[in-house]
Design a binder for this molecule. Structure first.
Ligand SMILES: Cc1ncc(COP(=O)(O)O)c(C=O)c1O
Length: 398
């Protein structure tokens, strides 16, 4: 076998999202009517007009040296623009020396993990979790540890504390959350901050919090999202414009280092090194110049809010039990009957594709990704209603 045993093991447990995506493609090829595909988080929405304008302007520029290598952390003017926008968003003042431009949020999290963990160190994540986290942690020979969220899917600081050992180096959270759509309460984040502060006392290196935040600007009922930076000083945020500008294919994001963390200049220096030696070298040059000019732009939030309201209202009316989806573009209902795999198979018979909670380390639930056209939502509602009725007759809904 030409490939590593570890990767062969990973491949044998192919991701549910990929599997469903491929099944959806197959169903589309075979014909037989529309396929209602809610499996993937790929926004079906064009970026804001200002992004397209900035892209055209930057692409037309011909000044010498625009396509050369740069400092691994990215252009100073882009990092300055990001720092300004972050300072307005949190009760913390950032400078360009706290910002490393990265290849998406995925690149930012890998750079952060490489910066912080030694082989064998433990990284605690919260279930249900974004499927790539385990791979990201194991990329850097870390040990992946899971702590459950509360039943409301808010963060459970107590469950995280139970998992803390001498080996814990990082707690990795995702707010607003994929797959639940839940936004963590500020008081919960504050409590987590207190716990991490207490457990960091007397250690050579404090426990760091990595906040994975690509959905930060996608909140529907509040002026702005709650802040991990305000809760705990040793915090790094990995994020991107994949979702807030709707440009996941462009691979542009950043890692923000709290100026209040232990030795922020050393963390910045290390993150620059890791961004380079992981092979990213630097974030895409053209995109850095573009996003520097559109830090205050966001895709049309009403487009998402409307879909969230419609789906949440209808699913609740039908009798589904689900946490309140205050952000991102996901809804995570309980699978009627309790068996998520059986329930998604039933929906598939109605040509509706959703991802089982099992794929996020939380069996008994399923994820609907609603970054799709209204027609798809309207077309799928009768199927959601028929499926819950069938399962209610078959077994008591839990
Ligand atoms: C929770 C979460 N983190 C990270 C990412 C990766 O984002 P990016 O495409 O910017 O690397 C995603 C993408 O779907 C995500 O949902």
């Amino acid at each position: 076998m030409p490939i590593s045993k570890q990767v062969a093991r990973y491949l044998s447990k192919a991701s549910w999202i990929r599997k469903l995506f491929e099944e959806g493609q197959q169903m589309k090829r075979e014909g037989g009517g529309p396929v209602y595909d809610f499996s993937i988080g790929n926004p079906d929405l064009e970026p804001p007009a200002k992004f397209a304008e900035a892209l055209a302007t930057m692409a037309a520029e011909t000044t010498h040296g625009r396509h050369k290598y740069m400092a691994n952390v990215g252009y100073p003017e882009t990092r300055r623009a990001v720092a300004e926008s972050l300072s307005a968003d949190h009760d913390v003042t950032f400078t360009q020396d706290n910002i490393v431009m990265t290849v998406g949020a995925g690149g930012a999290i890998n750079t952060a993990l490489k910066t912080l963990i030694d082989p064998g160190d433990e990284v605690i994540a919260v279930a249900p979790y974004f499927v790539e986290y385990r791979f990201y942690v194991e990329n850097h020979a870390g040990n992946f540890v899971l702590a459950n969220a509360k039943s409301s899917f808010d963060l459970s600081p107590e469950a995280i504390e139970e998992k803390i050992t001498d080996k814990t180096q990082v707690v990795l959270i995702n707010n607003p959350n994929n797959p639940t759509g839940v936004v963590y309460a500020q008081k919960t984040l504050d409590k987590l901050g207190d716990i991490l502060r207490r457990h960091s006392k007397g250690r050579e290196r404090p426990i760091f919090l990595i906040d994975d935040a690509p959905y930060r600007k996608l909140v529907y009922d509040m002026d702005k999202c709650t802040s991990a930076f305000e809760a705990y000083e040793n915090t790094l945020m990995g994020t991107s414009h994949s979702k807030d500008l709707g440009i996941p294919g462009e691979r542009i994001g950043f890692l923000a280092i709290s100026p209040r963390c232990a030795d922020p200049a050393r963390v910045f220096e290390a993150a620059a090194f890791c961004n380079r030696t992981l092979g990213y070298v630097n974030a895409p040059a053209l995109m850095q110049r573009v996003v520097a000019t559109v830090q205050n732009e966001t895709i049309d939030l009403d487009w998402y809010r409307r879909k969230r309201d419609r789906l949440y209202g209808e699913l609740t009316r039908m009798g589904y039990s689900l946490p309140y989806p205050a952000g991102a573009f996901y809804i995570f209902p309980k699978a009627p009957g309790g068996d998520d795999i059986a329930f998604i198979e039933k929906l598939k018979e109605h040509r509706v594709l959703v991802v089982p909670g099992t794929g996020f380390g939380m069996p008994g639930y399923f994820r609907i990704s609603y970054c799709v056209n209204d027609d798809l939502i309207e077309g799928a509602l009768p199927a959601f209603e028929a499926a819950i009725k069938e399962f209610k007759n078959r077994a008591p809904s839990t």
